[in-house]
Design a protein around this ligand. Structure first.
Ligand code: HEC
Length: 142
């Protein structure tokens, strides 16, 4: 009985540590990345997403953004690529991005089915999403 209790406790502890390890892995930024970017850029940003095979351009390796920029992660450029200030042909035009309205306060407001929601709230939410994504990309630099 004692052995069983011990292994039960050990099992629970193992389960707990596995759960907390998972919680650490899945940051908000990573979830955003998986939902909006991984289809093309691949699960680790290496450019091997399933959709990449249908594109006739060379996929950039998103883990090399800092290395390709003299060792400094290009925060502004990456932020701009996501919020649409810097257009990337494969991402679609500024008002018709491949990821829909998720990172555009302007588009969310236009599409808001519940009528005009507080502009500032939407802007803050969108900024948060983009920043989480930028932080995540910064964290996977090699
Ligand atoms: C439809 C496929 C597709 C999706 C989805 C996609 N991208 Fe891209 N992305 C590309 C392609 C293709 C390029 C390279 C375009 C070029 O070189 O002209 C690119 C370029 C980039 C670049 C510039 C890389 C460099 O070296 O300058 C960044 C940063 C980037 N994507 C981030 C993202 C992020 C963040 C997301 C998710 C919010 C995302 N992409 C979603 C296809 C995609």
């Amino acid at each position: 009985m004692r052995v069983m209790t011990n292994s039960l406790v050990a099992g629970m502890l193992l389960g707990l540590s596995a759960a907390s390890a998972m919680a650490q892995e899945e940051s908000v930024g990573q979830l955003e990345y998986t939902a909006s970017c991984a289809t093309c850029h691949g699960p680790e940003g290496k450019g091997n997403g399933t959709f990449a095979a249908f594109l006739n351009v060379e996929m950039p390796d998103l883990t090399q953004l800092a290395k390709n920029n003299g060792g400094i992660f290009p925060v502004n450029r990456v932020y701009g690529v996501i919020d649409g200030r810097e257009e990337v042909a494969a991402h679609g035009s500024r008002y018709m991005t491949i990821w829909g309205s998720r990172y555009s306060a302007e588009m969310i407001q236009k599409l808001d089915p519940f009528g005009p929601t507080n502009k500032e709230t939407i802007e803050r939410m969108v900024r948060g999403r983009i920043l989480e994504l930028v932080f995540y990309l910064a964290s996977i630099q090699e």
